[in-house]
Structures are given as structure tokens and as C-alpha cells.
Design a protein around this ligand. Structure first.
Ligand code: PLP
Length: 405
């Protein structure tokens, strides 16, 4: 029985730790509060502002008293805008009953997991992976099955590794392209072997997290698994949102498209556990999806410049090894070459957490250790920061690494 001395909690919470990002976040904030000039490259959100026409639509929504509850799975206006988006950007056709809106992709994913997973279900998660996937799977009582995607293979899931990981208990596979934390994105040639494997396993749901779809470089063409392999359409749920593409992280709108029975199950979960997304943010998201889209390419070009700069600077530092990401705004270099070295005060660098702590304390640059993403020894830098900041950060990292012996 629970008492004040031994309060009871959900036992799934014992299965995982809070995200390692939180530890970096706390130390970064403490140093900032002490007045230290920290360059913060740990953050996963765009540094641009929400476009003006989107803001105006939100202001109009408030003025028009569009401020009440909406249906649990979103307004018809936003669902129609989402249908139009999938047609325009992905060549995918959906009906209203195949769309759901939630307060961001993060809660949407969680609610989908609650809808699709049972205790003991296995969920294949290619690693490195976004920090939240494993915790969400465990909160749903299911089992994450990690499949390592080596840096030498561009951090991309290989068909034979996917095939080997699928069991009768596999309920779901997570695909995230371009991905967090690596920025790796699958071309059609790279995705095809994966969809071929998935065709052979009709008991598996495919969750495609396309949130970084619009941030791609060098004319890369984003590929969605259901668009590439229409036979997978009845098993694929595609997630996307306005956070990263339209610089609307704080507005909290994500959307999903998938088979009608999945959306019915999801609606059940949403109606009891979510309420509805903000009516004002939904109105703003309609403007984002239906308004001009050209500026997305301008932003992608700016990210690409920063990527190129960061890769060229970091790759030149002995002990650090970069891949060239196809998209998103992250770099995930290996620091394997620095493990075993010592800081000027004699501390040994034994893993990415030691290296990241050293960078933060000695170089005043905040990045995230690979342990947060189930793949080490690497670290994640976000280049959602100005070129000037990136230049300063690289100078500092360069000097800090040079000081290691
Ligand atoms: C891969 C991935 N999916 C989903 C999200 C969550 O996005 P949202 O702001 O829509 O909840 C993030 C945010 O960092 C992400 O990196």
C-alpha cells in the first residue's frame, strides 16, 4: 500500500533515465546564470522567427473569438490544409478521416504508441535516435529494440539489420528522415531495400517521422516510405508538424496521416487524454501550410552554409570525425579519437559525457553527449545558430581539443 514514506509511481519510469539533454541543460543554465558567455549549440529548434503572415492569422483568430475547444483530433480547416500538403509535397492522397492533429509531434507519437502498442510489443528503433523514442515506447509498456546504424554507413539503417531485428512480436518500426541527431536522410535508393523488407512483414506498423522534411541540402529529395512503396500505405503512419519547418516550436502543432482504423483508435486516446490542440495555433498552422512555401528553401540554403562551415572546421580537428548530413540542422561527430586523452587538470576523457562536460566548462560551448541518442562516443551540435556564433564555437572547440594530452 502507498504511504507518504513510500509513494508509488508508474513502474515503467524505473526503466529509463531522464534525457541526458536535461543534465547539459541544467549545467548550461547554471553557467549562464553565473554570467559565463556560453555558446549554446545544444538546442533543437530553429533560430528564425515564425513568419509574419502566420502570426497575423493567430491574431485574427483571437480577435474573431476562435478561442474555444475544437474537435479532439483537430479542426476541419487544418485537416484540409494537411491533406493539401501531403498531396503537394509527397504525392499522397488522404481523406479527412485519415488525418489527426495534436499538440506537436511529440505528444502525437506518444498518443499513437498508446493506440498501437501492447505490453511486450517490440518497437524497432534505428540508432542514433531522437531521445524521446525509447522513453515513449517504455511508457507505453512496450520494448525498444535498438538497431545500430554505423557512422561508416552514414548512420543509416541497413536492410539486412532491419530484417534480422523483426520478430513475431515486432509491432512498429520508427523511421526518421532526415533524422535527429545525425541529419542523415534516406534517398529513394536507400529507402527501397527497407520498404522491400517491410513488405515481407505485414504485421509491422511503420511510423515515418518526417518533421525535418523541408530542411534538406544539395537538392536532396525527401522520401516518404508510403510514397515510395504504395503497398505500405495501409501500414504507414506519417508524422509531421509545423515546429521545425515553419519555426513554430512554441505553437505546438503536429499532424499524422494514416489508415482510418488507426486514426479511429488514436481519436479514442486523444478524446480521453489530450482534449484538443490550441484553436489559435491550429488557425496559424493553416496559414503556414497554405501560405507561401518558397522561404523554406531560403532557410534550407542558410542551414546548408552553416553545415558546410561546421563540417569543414570540425573535421579538421584531430580526433573529431564528421559525416556530411543530408538534412535537419544537426551534426553528430565522433569523438572516439579523443577518448583516453587528458584535460589540462588531469581528468581523463572516458566517454562523450566527459568530453561534452569538458567543452562546456573549459570552452563554454554547450553540445549534447551521444549517450542521449543511444550511440557513442559522439556528440550532437545544432547549427540553428548564426555563422558568427558557429565560428566562435569552432575556435573554442579547436583550442580546447588542442589542450588535451
Ligand atoms: C525527430 C523529432 N521528432 C519529433 C520532434 C518533436 O516535434 P514537436 O515540436 O512537433 O513536438 C522532434 C523535436 O525535437 C524531433 O527531433
Amino acid at each position: 500500500m502507498a504511504t507518504n514514506d513510500s509513494p508509488q509511481f508508474n513502474r515503467q519510469l524505473e526503466r529509463f533515465q531522464p534525457s541526458a539533454i536535461n543534465a547539459v541543460f541544467s549545467l548550461t543554465n547554471r553557467l549562464k546564470a553565473e554570467g559565463k558567455d556560453i555558446i549554446d549549440l545544444s538546442i533543437g529548434e530553429p533560430d528564425f522567427n515564425t513568419p509574419e503572415h502566420v502570426k497575423q492569422e493567430a491574431i485574427a483568430a483571437i480577435r474573431d473569438n476562435n478561442t474555444k475547444y475544437t474537435p479532439s483530433d483537430g479542426t476541419k480547416a487544418l485537416k484540409l490544409a494537411v491533406i493539401e500538403k501531403f498531396k503537394r509535397d509527397n504525392g499522397l492522397s488522404y481523406t479527412l478521416n485519415q488525418i489527426a492533429i495534436d499538440s506537436g509531434v511529440k505528444p502525437l507519437l506518444f498518443h499513437l504508441m498508446k493506440s498501437l502498442l501492447d505490453e511486450g510489443s517490440e518497437v524497432i528503433i534505428p540508432t542514433p535516435c531522437w531521445t524521446s523514442y525509447p522513453g515513449m515506447v517504455m511508457l507505453a509498456g512496450a520494448e525498444p529494440v535498438f538497431v545500430r546504424c554505423p557512422q561508416e554507413k552514414g548512420f543509416k539503417l541497413q536492410a539486412e539489420d532491419l530484417a534480422a531485428a523483426i520478430t513475431p512480436k515486432t509491432r512498429m518500426v520508427m523511421l526518421n528522415s532526415p533524422g535527429n541527431p545525425t541529419g542523415a536522410a534516406y534517398s529513394a535508393e536507400e529507402m527501397k531495400p527497407l520498404t522491400d523488407v517491410l513488405l515481407r512483414h505485414p504485421h509491422v506498423w511503420i511510423l515515418a517521422d518526417d518533421i525535418y522534411e523541408h530542411i534538406v541540402f544539395d537538392d536532396f529529395k525527401h522520401v516518404n516510405p508510403a510514397a515510395l512503396e504504395p503497398e505500405l500505405l495501409n501500414r504507414t503512419i506519417t508524422l509531421n508538424g509545423v515546429s521545425k519547418a515553419y519555426c513554430m516550436t512554441g505553437w505546438r502543432i503536429g499532424y499524422a496521416a494514416g489508415p482510418e482504423p488507426v486514426m479511429r483508435a488514436l481519436l479514442k486516446v486523444l478524446s480521453q487524454g489530450a482534449g484538443c490542440p490550441s484553436s489559435i495555433s491550429q488557425a496559424a498552422a493553416v496559414a503556414a501550410l497554405q501560405g507561401p512555401q518558397e522561404y523554406l528553401k531560403d532557410w534550407a540554403r542558410i542551414y546548408q552554409q552553416r553545415r558546410d562551415y561546421l563540417v569543414s572546421r570540425l573535421d579538421a580537428i584531430p580526433g573529431i570525425e564528421c559525416n556530411i548530413p543530408e538534412g535537419a540542422f544537426y551534426l553528430y561527430p565522433s569523438c572516439a579519437g579523443l577518448v583516453g586523452k587528458h584535460t589540462p587538470d588531469g581528468t581523463e576523457i572516458s566517454n562523450s559525457v566527459d568530453f561534452v562536460t569538458y567543452l562546456l566548462e573549459a570552452a563554454l560551448v554547450a553540445v549534447v553527449p551521444g549517450s542521449a541518442f543511444e550511440y557513442d562516443p559522439n556528440f550532437r551540435l545544432s547549427y540553428a545558430a548564426s555563422l558568427e556564433e558557429l565560428e566562435k564555437a569552432c575556435d573554442r572547440i579547436d583550442a580546447a581539443v588542442l589542450a588535451l594530452t
